[in-house]
Design a protein around this ligand. Structure first.
Ligand code: NAP
Length: 258
């Protein structure tokens, strides 16, 4: 039985939809206080309202993870609203596709700026509060794409997601003396608004390439984030957990089909 997380203060970046929304709803169910962060107020408010309607506590906050000032304001909003920051889920991310040759420097900067620099800015903003109380949990949403696999069109995305893990390993060493852990979830293909935007053919092919023959749910990822945030995971830091229905396991089509 895990120690209840009731009353913990949690920031989830990119929680207006998709995996971030799933993480926020799951922590809400666990009795945590949620700061729902995205660039769109109405969408963030709708998720906060869902959590409140289910008996939880949540506030919406508009911020862009590419802005240092926004991330610092986000951390202050959590402290003002909930007194502290116990848990940061650095989840906001984008995955536009562009193959090499067509990919522009601006495309590259945009993906790295949101997914990798955005992670750095969100973490940096929350550190003073976590260091002051010598406790904290940081959970990054990385991906199998980059750290483990590749996919045409996503060289910039893969670099950003692998970069998050490089960032995580040194951050975990630096922050361990402060009682702060840093871990990452590596989703496979998860049914979200963003993934649906890649088209039906992409979704169909992905379902066929997963041994469990289905996409993951946002709750599958949220449960792993909840584990990393738990008191029971206190001695786990700098680690990554693949949640992909076995997608990275088959070494060939024959292995998948037989
Ligand atoms: P999604 O459905 O498109 O949701 C993305 C979320 O991030 C939204 O809430 C969006 O809100 C927010 N966001 C994007 N850019 C932002 C910015 N600059 N500042 C603040 N918020 C921002 O995507 P998803 O599928 O849930 O993906 C979420 C995370 O999981 C990403 O890091 C992604 O790389 C990772 N991931 C997803 C999958 C998958 O299969 N879905 C697999 C592996 C990894 P606004 O647009 O309102 O700002």
């Amino acid at each position: 039985m895990f120690t209840p997380l009731r009353g913990r203060s949690v920031i989830v970046t990119g929680s207006s939809k998709g995996i971030g929304r799933g993480i926020a709803l799951r922590f809400g169910l666990a009795g945590c206080k949620l700061l729902i962060v995205s660039r769109k107020l109405e969408e963030a408010k709708a998720v906060a309202a869902e959590i409140v309607a289910a008996g939880g506590e949540a506030r919406a906050f508009v911020a862009d993870v590419t802005s240092q000032a926004d991330m610092e304001a986000m951390a202050l909003a959590a402290i003002d609203g909930f007194g502290t920051i116990d848990i940061l889920c650095a989840n906001a991310g984008i995955f536009p596709a562009a193959k090499l040759g067509a990919m522009t420097a601006a495309d590259f900067d945009s993906v790295i700026g949101t997914n990798l620099k955005g992670t750095f800015l969100a973490v940096s903003a929350c550190l003073p509060a976590m260091k002051a109380k010598k406790a904290g949990r940081i959970i990054l949403t990385s991906s199998i794409t980059g750290p483990v696999t590749g996919y045409p069109g996503w060289s910039h995305y893969g670099a950003s997601k692998a970069g998050q893990l490089g960032f995580m390993r040194t951050a975990a060493i630096e922050l361990a003396p402060f009682g702060i852990t840093v871990n990452a979830v590596l989703p496979g293909n998860i049914a979200t608004e963003g993934l649906a935007g890649l088209g039906e053919e992409y979704v169909r092919q992905m379902e066929a390439s997963v041994p469990m023959r289905r996409l993951g749910s946002v709750t599958d990822i949220a449960n792993a984030a909840l584990f990393f945030a738990s008191d029971e995971a206190a001695y786990i830091t700098g680690q990554s957990l693949v949640i992909d229905g076995g997608q990275i396991l088959p070494e060939s089509l024959a292995a998948l089909e037989s």
